[in-house]
Design a protein around this ligand. Structure first.
Ligand code: FAE
Length: 534
């Protein structure tokens, strides 16, 4: 471990121990209002974390603003996060009930649970008409709740989606850098073949091969060596204790253990938690930003302002787009480009499950961390990349579950709603049809080859496919349209977008490695050309 990371991890632990909502050194926001910081970063997800580390390492004092909590303090059960099997208030962002992706099991309403008083939990589902968008809330953003899958996109598809980006630089420099920094590793192939915890993956793989499809191993940021020790009961269980979408207590290299620890370790980065950025105004050559601080039960405890020289938006696809739309439509930044709000997509996400034969059990102890995918991406009409997902409920289910990533040319659009002060997503139910068609092409063939059927007990309305929610929101402030080729917002010097909103709706694989690599590429350019001059 580097000295920088050690210093950062110590700062994170110290902040948790004292219950502070500031992590890192005192910054100008501790002083009279409105204080000034050279660089302000909104959010603490992938784009934000990369940006803050590189700014801090360049000696630029940087403040990060995160609306969620710092997740390092154990609850009464001694654990920081709760599991999917016994969720409590820590699971969801201000909800009385969990909103898991599966609605029911055997048509019974046993999946989602009452969790009591709304609380600043770690997983949010933002519900728009026809589309629910899952996002992480807390220091680390989506890295706290995601499955850790860390594939790099096929170069040809990356070049198609982001033709203006120098692919050579990405594939030679920034993708390897992102994978190294994120702690990406792969499962030992011998272990994968014999362990009961991946029987579900091997069963689905065999079925895919029997139907003539290829499969591939997906790298992950979950430490597979730790997982092996979990199975032997040498260390506390996390992936084997049903932990994933409400956080992992062990094993996962989330951003607070990698980029954010390194950022804090520079001594130049401070994180403010439970604080939401609400407004953005121009102020001289910089920006004045409105803040709203809450307690963990949602009570507003302070409204304030902070000014900055450079403002980096890393609030995620929905969060960043909403901030920019609000600024444009309420007239605080009226010259923001018309392209803001356009080009949003679900990365073609669609979930489905198959009912296996009784002689094909998938195992009662399943790792929550996926390792295999069916790769039908090169199909000319129905491309899909279907991750073989676990169903870790502790009993044999005879189910094979999948999250497919498909090519879906449909795009949604955000507009600002003056009544609610929020962004509305315009996405019609029919826009999910191309995703379902591609997934159905794949799984109809597998069902036919194996003599199996779809499970219809998991999604309301007896549906075999659920494409009305997504884990991979992409777009809203597209690279090269709302911004220039490096995330600089057009006509607004010093204002940058750093996150998934830059990516035009589709990547072909799970997105965080690409979001990270793109943020590395963009901040390298911005540091070299803009910040030296400012
Ligand atoms: P993100 O990580 O969403 O971070 C944005 C941060 O900004 C959050 O912490 C917000 O709380 C904060 N924020 C938002 N608005 C404000 C505001 N106004 N003021 C202050 N803070 C704000 O952004 N991707 C993969 O590659 N592999 C996977 O296995 C995978 N599994 C997933 C599973 C789940 C359940 C979910 C929800 C997502 C999954 N993803 C996966 C998607 C991935 O986590 C997502 O693409 C990235 O987290 C997006 O990164 P961003 O930097 O855009």
């Amino acid at each position: 471990m580097t000295r920088r990371r050690f210093a950062g991890l110590t700062a994170l632990t110290a902040a948790a121990a004292t219950g502070l909502t500031r992590i890192g050194p005192a910054d100008a926001s501790d002083t009279a209002a409105p204080p000034y910081v050279p660089a302000l970063v909104v959010g603490t997800g992938y784009g934000a974390a990369v940006t803050a580390l590189r700014l801090g390492a360049a000696g630029i004092k940087t403040t990060m603003i995160e609306m969620g909590q710092l997740w390092t303090t154990p609850g009464k059960d001694g654990k920081v996060f709760c599991s999917t099997l016994s969720p409590d208030r820590r699971s969801m962002w201000f909800n009385r009930k969990t909103k898991a992706p599966l609605d029911t099991f055997l048509w019974l309403d046993v999946v989602n649970r009452d969790i009591g008083t709304p609380y600043a939990g770690v997983l949010d589902r933002i519900d728009f008409p026809n589309m629910g968008v899952y996002v992480g809330r807390g220091v680390g953003g989506g890295s706290l709740v995601n499955g850790g899958m860390a594939p790099t996109p096929q170069r040809a598809y990356f070049e198609k989606m982001l033709p203006q980006v120098d692919a050579d630089a990405m594939y030679k420099r920034y993708f390897p850098l992102a994978r190294r920094m994120l702690g990406v590793n792969s499962i030992d192939p011998h272990y994968l073949e014999k362990t009961p915890i991946y029987k579900f993956a091997r069963v689905s793989r065999r079925h895919a091969h029997q139907a003539g499809f290829k499969t591939t191993v997906i790298p992950n940021v979950y430490d597979f060596k730790y997982l092996q020790r979990e199975e032997k009961k040498q260390v506390p269980r996390s992936a084997l204790a049903g932990e994933v979408i409400y956080g992992n207590n062990h094993g996962k290299q989330s951003l607070d253990k990698t980029y954010l620890a390194d950022a804090l370790g520079t001594g130049n980065v401070t994180i403010r938690t439970l604080t939401r950025v609400t407004t953005i105004h121009q102020q001289g050559k910089g920006y004045l930003v409105g803040l709203e601080q809450i307690d963990a039960w949602g009570k507003v405890i302070r409204r304030s302002e902070i000014s900055c020289g450079s403002l980096f938006l890393g609030a995620g696809s929905v969060g960043t787009t909403e901030l920019l739309l609000r600024a444009r439509e309420t007239g605080t930044l009226p010259d923001l480009p018309a392209a803001i709000g356009a080009g949003w997509g679900t990365n073609g996400n669609v979930m489905t499950a198959r009912a296996n034969h009784l002689w094909d059990p998938t195992g009662s102890l399943q790792s929550t961390i996926p390792t295999l995918a069916i790769d039908n991406w090169n199909h000319p009409k129905y491309p899909s990349f279907a991750e073989i997902a676990p169903l870790p409920v502790g009993i044999e289910t005879f189910a094979s579950l999948y999250l497919a990533i498909t090519v879906n040319p449909e795009r949604g659009r955000f507009t600002y709603n003056h009544n609610t002060d929020r962004a509305d997503l315009h996405w019609g139910a029919h826009q999910s049809t191309p995703s379902i068609r591609s997934a159905q092409f794949l799984f109809d063939k597998i069902n036919k080859a194996i003599g199996t059927t779809y499970r219809r007990d998991l999604f309301t309305g007896n549906r075999a496919f659920a494409a009305d929610f997504c884990y991979h929101p992409l777009g809203g402030a597209l690279l090269g349209k709302a911004t220039d080729n490096y995330g600089r917002v057009r006509n607004h010097p010093g204002l940058y977008v750093t996150d998934s909103s830059l990516i035009p709706g589709s990547l072909g694989v799970n997105p965080f490695v690409t979001i990270t690599a793109l943020a590395e590429r963009n901040i390298a350019q911005v540091l070299a050309s803009d910040l030296k001059r400012r």
